[in-house]
Design a protein around this ligand. Structure first.
Ligand code: IPE
Ligand code: MG
Length: 258
């Protein structure tokens, strides 16, 4: 039976147990609570969160991951107090200042996905520099979702296609899933196999809405600044117990049913 032919090539059910998730996406959450528990200002929680990000980017390739997307700042985070927004805006600089040279050296390709609108010129420059300096890398891909929202991503893609139709460059029937994918901020990445959210919250919060269609979800009771390679390994172990069918049946059952 040709069931398997209809399935995505990555992570098909027959190989899921041995295979690591190629693309892991993480909602880095719990910085504020981590700080509060220590009687510290939230800003220090965000700084500790950057340290956790460094650890996880280091650990991910050894766990078989090739693509890592992290949610750093959402389109909704602008509604936080101005001082906290300012701290969050400073995080990419904090991260790239210390780690960009190493990322570059270790073959990591960095992409900052999300809208540049509303970001300072300085920040835009920092993000562009990180992308440019690592553009030739291919060993590991790091997407930093910053000023990113899943709905905005979908709207932008829809708008681009509508403009193409209005300009006579495309017809409504031309729109396929693949074409739509290619208009999203994540166009260069395969869809996430695994979406992880620490801190005990169990929701997507406008992260990769389209891309998450067949992702597995793992929620963990650890605050992001405490997140370690062991937590990531545990999330992957949980992922490997999942039976991914993409709406089909597993090939063995299909054969048994004749
Ligand atoms: C995640 O930590 C950081 C961002 C959203 C940018 P939070 O700031 O959401 O921490 P909690 O949820 O208040 O603990
Ligand atoms: Mg939060």
């Amino acid at each position: 039976m040709a069931v398997q032919e209809n399935m995505p090539s990555k992570g098909e059910a027959s190989g899921a147990v041995e295979r690591p998730p190629l693309h892991v996406a993480i909602v880095m959450d719990g910085n504020g609570r981590w700080a509060k528990r220590r009687g510290l200002p939230r800003t220090l929680g965000h700084r500790a969160g950057v340290e956790a990000l460094k650890r996880i980017v280091e650990a991910a390739p050894d766990l078989g991951i090739r693509w890592l997307t992290v949610f750093g700042f959402s389109t909704e985070n602008w509604s936080r107090p101005a001082a906290e927004v300012a701290e969050l805006m400073a995080l990419p600089k904090r991260y790239f200042e210390t780690d960009l040279a190493r990322l570059e050296r270790e073959g990591v390709r960095v992409r900052v996905i999300g809208s540049r609108t509303g970001l300072s010129r300085d920040l835009v420059k920092i993000c562009s520099e990180a992308e440019a300096r690592t553009a030739g890398n291919d060993r590991f891909h790091l997407n930093v979702a910053f000023n990113y929202g899943g709905k905005a991503d979908i709207l932008d893609a829809a708008r681009k296609f509508a403009e193409a139709v209005a300009a006579g460059r495309a017809r409504p029937d031309d729109l396929t899933e693949a074409l739509f994918d290619s208009q999203l901020a994540t166009a260069a990445s395969p869809p996430p196999d695994l979406i992880v959210r620490p801190s005990g919250e169990q929701r997507l919060s406008n992260f990769m809405l389209w891309q998450a269609a067949y992702a597995e979800f793992v929620f963990q009771d650890v605050l992001w600044p405490d997140y370690s390679a062991q937590h990531l390994a545990a999330a992957i172990a949980e992922f490997q117990t999942r039976d991914r069918r993409y709406g089909a049946v597993v090939p063995d059952d299909a054969l048994a049913a004749g």
